[in-house]
Design a protein around this ligand. Structure first.
Ligand code: HEM
Ligand code: HEM
Length: 161
C-alpha cells in the first residue's frame, strides 16, 4: 500500500478503464447471443460452442482478468482525490459506485462461468440480474460524468483520458 495520494490516474489505469468499458459494451451489443444458446442448451441438453458463445466467454474472462489487474493498481497506487467541485454527499456515492463496479464485474464473470460450465440455472438468473444492475450502474456513472462535464464544467472526463 502506498501512502502518497497520486495527482492523476496512471496511463495503465486509463487504458484499462476504456478497454474494459469497450469489452463490457461488446458483451451487451455483439455477444449477447449466448443467452439464446444457453436457453437451447437447458432445453435440449446440448451446449453448442458457436462463435458468439466462445466470444462471450473469452471476452468475459478477459474482463475479469483486466478488472483484477485494475483492482491491484487501485489498491497499491490509489486514485486521485475527488474533484473539489464535487458536493460532499456525491463523493460518497461516487466512491461506492466505483467499488461496486469492481465487485460486480468479477461477480458477472464468476456467475456466467458457473452458469455455462455448471449448466446451473440459478447462476444464470444471478448473471441476468447482474446484467441489469451493471447497466443501471453504467447509466448512473455516465450521467455523473456528463453532470461534471456539462453542469459543473470541471473537465472531469480529462482525468480519465
Ligand atoms: C464480466 C463479464 C460479463 C458480462 C458483462 C456479461 C454480460 C452478459 C449479458 C449482458 C448477458 C445477457 C444477454 C442477453 O440478455 O441477451 C449475458 C448472458 C450470459 N452470459 Fe455473460 N457476461 C460476462 C461474463 C460471462 C462469462 C465469463 C460467461 C461464461 C463463462 C458468461 C456466460 C453467460 C451465459 C451462460 C449467459 C446466458 C444466461 C441466461 O440466458 O440465463 N458470461 N452475459
Ligand atoms: C462499462 C463501462 C464503464 C465502467 C465499468 C467504468 C468503471 C469505472 C471505475 C471503476 C472508475 C473508478 C476508478 C477508480 O477510482 O478506481 C471509473 C472512473 C471514471 N469513469 Fe468510468 N466506467 C465506464 C464507462 C465510462 C464512460 C462511458 C465514461 C465517460 C462518459 C466514464 C468516465 C469516467 C471518469 C471521468 C472517471 C474518473 C472519475 C474521477 O476522476 O474520479 N466511464 N470508471
Amino acid at each position: 500500500m502506498t501512502t502518497a495520494v497520486p495527482v492523476s490516474y496512471s496511463r495503465a489505469q486509463k487504458l484499462l478503464h476504456w478497454a474494459i468499458a469497450a469489452l463490457v459494451l461488446a458483451q451487451y451489443v455483439l455477444l449477447d447471443g449466448i443467452a439464446r444458446a444457453f436457453g437451447a442448451g437447458m432445453r435440449e441438453g446440448t451446449f453448442a460452442y458457436s462463435g458468439v458463445v466462445v466470444g462471450h466467454i473469452v471476452v468475459g474472462v478477459l474482463i475479469a482478468v483486466l478488472t483484477l489487474w485494475r483492482l491491484g493498481l487501485r489498491l497499491t497506487r490509489g486514485a486521485p482525490p475527488a474533484p473539489a467541485s464535487e458536493p460532499a454527499p456525491l463523493r460518497a456515492v461516487a466512491a461506492l459506485a466505483h467499488w461496486a463496479f469492481y465487485v460486480i464485474l468479477i461477480a458477472m464473470a464468476a456467475s456466467g462461468a458457473v452458469a455455462w460450465f455448471g449448466q446451473f440455472g440459478p447462476a444464470a438468473a444471478a448473471h441476468m440480474l447482474g446484467k441489469t444492475v451493471l447497466l443501471a450502474l453504467i447509466a448512473l456513472h455516465v450521467g455523473a460524468a456528463l453532470y461534471h462535464q456539462l453542469w459543473l464544467r470541471d473537465g472531469l472526463i480529462a482525468r480519465m483520458t
